[in-house]
Design a binder for this molecule. Structure first.
Ligand code: MV4
Length: 451
């Protein structure tokens, strides 16, 4: 096992990783920017190294500085958390060339799955369901138009190097498709240095259902069941839950099995997530993409399976075998997570950084709060706006919703604005309670009732 690891991240995820490591007897090294000098991860780690100024490009995204800190502290491994460098294959390569383990998958698996066209082609070979579309990347606009007429509009143009909703265009006719391809290609070239795009049938009324997987370096891969992340706005998830409330046990088997097949074919190890669109009307699912990192919403899976995903991830990175078999992975009850963001829902979710004078967290049976915040903490404007995750775990979904509503009402964050009031309202929303929602539900709701 590792003796010492560096956490190349900040905020609640840095705390999550430090705590997991400490329970395993591993020393922890935090890195921080000057904007985070008073942050909890700096105090909680055994050692902390300042790596630069507030802007992420000077600190949490700065590979030479992070590697220098890792060399100075003499760590065995780096945990990237999520965001920042977590899915940067170049960073993983630099770590390993410096003899520092990157707590993640192989560089080859990151490159393969990070290329959406290559990932989809692998999925098709593995009989993992995908949306009808182009065989590979689009090389000719006229061919794309012919194909789109063939599969039927609307179609979606996606950047091969994209993901998480970046570099996409929906087209309802030939003219829109031609301009969509041009725009998506220009956007992809500027954002990723790779203009490759592909098209597929646009699935109109879908849910976002994703499978948690974890694999070791000995070829063992298990799924830890699925999460439903349909409650989102502009690709920012607001509420996540596990299990998905609308699929049957047979569908669950198929979905989770497909995710494991794809991961195995990619030679995957580490924690990962295989994302699907699920059409609740036709009851079909379609692969979207694979995320090669631990995710923000991992706690709902931890709550229903009792498995510490971060500790397991560290174990497999150190070369240990998975400490459980698929049969030993059992699920229990229902978990819901609300991501609490320092944003003002009444002002189109404008960031609301600043000093938190009062920060009173909820508690009680089945309530978990993952946060780095406290009364007196100043939310810096430099980073993403998530300040806490509130997770509840109860025997069934109805009880989880009641507990979440109660916990949200207990949560006091003053005077900055947060998403808490919106999430408290959503717990009472009839569509949410029946889970009669799709990925556009929150946006439609907010359009109807501004503020
Ligand atoms: C789609 C889709 C509909 N049809 N693909 C969004 C993020 C990226 N993972 C792919 N995304 C989508 N791909 C097909 N063929 C709709 C989306 C999409 C979406 C997916 C999940 C959650 C929220 C979303 C919001 C807008 C679009």
């Amino acid at each position: 096992m590792f003796s010492r690891i560096l956490i190349a991240n900040r905020g609640e995820v840095a705390l999550r990783v430090i705590r997991a490591a400490r329970e395993m007897g591993i020393e922890t090294v935090a890195v921080y920017s000057t904007a985070d000098r008073h942050s909890a991860h700096v105090r909680l780690a055994d050692q902390a190294i300042c790596i630069g100024r507030g802007p992420a490009s000077d600190s949490y995204l700065n590979i030479p500085r992070i590697i220098s800190a890792a060399e100075v502290a003499n760590v065995d491994a780096i945990h990237p958390g999520y965001g920042f460098l977590a899915e940067n294959a170049h960073f993983a390569e630099v770590c390993r060339s410096c003899n520092i383990e990157f707590i993640g998958p192989s560089v080859e698996a990151m490159n393969l799955l990070g290329d959406k066209v290559a990932c989809k082609q692998l999925a098709i070979r593995q009989k993992v369901p995908t949306a009808p579309g182009s065989k590979g990347k689009i090389t000719d606009e006229d061919d794309a138009v012919k194909l789109a007429r063939d599969i039927g509009y609307p179609v979606i143009v996606k950047a091969s190097a994209g993901g998480g909703g970046r570099g996409m265009r929906v087209a309802h006719n030939d003219i829109a498709l031609r301009s969509g391809i041009k725009q998506a290609m220009a956007e992809a070239e500027a954002a990723f240095g790779d203009a490759s795009v592909y098209i597929e049938k646009f699935i109109e009324k879908a849910r976002h259902v994703e499978v948690q997987i974890i694999g070791d370096q000995h070829g063992n891969i298990c799924h830890l069941f699925e999460r439903d992340c349909t409650m989102q706005r502009r690709h920012q998830k607001l509420i996540e839950e596990a299990p998905c409330p609308v699929i049957t046990e047979d569908e669950r088997k198929e979905l989770c099995g497909a995710a494991v097949r794809l991961a195995k074919a990619a030679g995957y190890y580490n924690a990962g997530t295989v994302e699907f669109l699920y059409d609740a009307v036709s009851r079909k699912f379609y692969l979207m993409e694979v995320n090669t990192r631990m995710q923000v919403e991992h706690p709902v899976t931890e709550m229903i399976t009792g498995i510490d995903i971060v500790q397991t991830q560290i174990r497999v990175a150190a070369g240990e075998k998975l400490p459980f078999t698929q049969r030993q992975v059992q699920r229990n009850g229902h978990a819901i997570e609300c991501r609490i963001n320092a944003e003002d829902p009444a002002r189109n979710f404008a960031p609301s950084p600043g000093k938190i004078e009062q920060f009173d967290m909820p508690g009680g049976f089945g309530v978990r709060v993952d946060t780095h915040c406290h009364s007196g903490y100043v939310v810096p404007p430099n980073y993403d706006s998530m300040i806490a995750k509130l997770i509840v775990h109860k025997p069934d979904r109805e009880q989880a919703i009641i507990a979440m509503r109660r916990a949200l009402r207990e949560f006091r964050v003053e005077p900055i604005k947060t998403t808490i009031p919106l999430q408290a309202d959503l717990m009472l929303n009839g569509n949410f309670r029946r889970s009669d929602v799709d990925i556009h539900f929150v946006e439609r709701l907010l359009e109807r009732k501004p503020g």
